[in-house]
Design a protein around this ligand. Structure first.
Ligand code: DAH
Length: 356
């Protein structure tokens, strides 16, 4: 074989071997090493070129072109292999850095309204829908609003049943008290109307804390009441019953039967306690309703003329109905809660179960 053919054959086999190695290179670093091995100054191609010196001068350009062509082929193959490996490396990195966005997040514990507040909101919302306006009164009351104006004068036996917390405010002669019911808001709302030169109709709902010195399974020294009243011309007991029927069915979310049972309250005449068909046995009679099928839920009546007189409303022109209910009691009945004290112990297990 002539010298030039042998060189050509060497170049060819070098190229084939190099292309094979390029294709097998595992990563960019391996490829870089191969580039140095083949195309570098001390690389294989250079060492083949050393043989060129032995050729006769006229053959040198021929082999020179051949070497350049081989160089070109190798350089191009390296470039391509680099691109493929670079793409693979980038894909691998993307895969490794992948974030699984479908993983469920950690939930923050969420607060909820206290069951008493929830019940209170539900109740006042029903009255608001019926057109009653919200009113508020102070928790620290005087005897006039809590008792006298409600037709409970000093020495009236009804005062004893209220277990009142009395105290003397500093520098004040008048004894103050924690309101024992929300009925004083009736007085304040009617007074505000009269003082502003207004006249009935008045339809008011008031809710809030009340206090009595009493504590057992069904009594707490602080509890909540909702008070509702309406004063207008020709307000009748039938209006009272209609409002009660609507309210109680809306609150218990079913058609509960109701009955008005004659009773006594100083601030209403006539007065009635209101019973609903027992929600535990569906009015059939059970341990909770003591077999009667009825459960007492609130006090009501037609506003006593003396109460209207106390605030300067003409009782010969206007009449009204009123009722007051215990919020905790109704929430207990609706949700079957056995002990009033659960509301005030703040046991999170109870609160969570009642949570919205
Ligand atoms: N204030 C009464 C109480 O706390 C409840 C009540 C009864 C309110 C009859 C009323 C009513 O407005 O008419 O025991």
């Amino acid at each position: 074989m002539s010298e030039i053919d042998s060189l050509k054959a060497q170049l060819k086999s070098l190229q084939d071997k190099a292309l094979g190695l390029f294709a097998e290179a595992a990563d960019l670093q391996a490829l870089q090493d191969l580039r140095v091995n083949y195309l570098g100054k001390k690389g294989e191609l250079t060492s083949v070129l050393k043989g060129v010196g032995k050729l006769p001068p006229e053959e040198r350009p021929v082999i020179g072109q051949f070497v350049n062509a081989t160089k070109g082929v190798l350089a191009e193959a390296l470039e391509k292999a680099e691109q493929v490996l670079a793409a693979k490396a980038s894909e691998a990195r993307i895969e490794a850095e992948r974030i699984d966005v479908t993983l469920a997040g950690r939930k923050c514990p969420q607060g909820a309204l206290h069951p008493v507040q929830q019940g209170l909101n539900e109740m006042t919302a029903i009255f608001a829908q019926m057109g009653f306006e919200m009113a508020e009164g102070p928790e620290i009351e005087d005897e006039f609003h809590n008792f006298d104006a409600l037709n409970i004068p000093q020495e009236h036996p009804a005062r004893a049943s209220h277990d009142t917390f009395f105290f003397n405010a500093e520098g004040e002669d008048e004894a103050m008290l924690l309101r024992t019911h929300t009925s004083p808001v009736q007085i304040r709302a009617m007074q505000a109307c009269v003082d502003a030169g207004g006249e009935p109709p008045l339809a008011v709902v008031a809710a809030g804390r009340v206090y009595r010195c009493d504590y057992d399974v069904t009594h707490s020294p602080m509890f909540h009441q909702v008070e509702v009243f309406k004063v207008d011309k020709d307000v009748s007991l039938a209006n009272l019953k209609g409002v009660l029927q609507h309210f109680l069915s809306a609150y218990f979310e079913k058609d509960v039967p109701i009955r008005l049972r004659p009773h006594y309250f100083p601030f209403t005449e006539p007065s009635a306690e209101v019973d609903i068909g027992c929600v535990f046995c569906n009015h059939k009679g059970c341990r909770i309703c003591k077999g009667s099928g009825w459960i007492e839920v609130l006090g009501s009546g037609m506003i006593h003329p003396n109460v209207l007189k106390a605030v300067g409303i003409d009782s010969t022109v206007y009449s009204g109905f009123a009722f007051g209910l215990g919020v905790e009691r109704l929430v207990m009945l609706k949700h079957g809660i056995p002990d009033l004290r659960l509301f005030f112990e703040n046991d999170v297990r109870f609160l969570r179960r009642m949570g919205a």
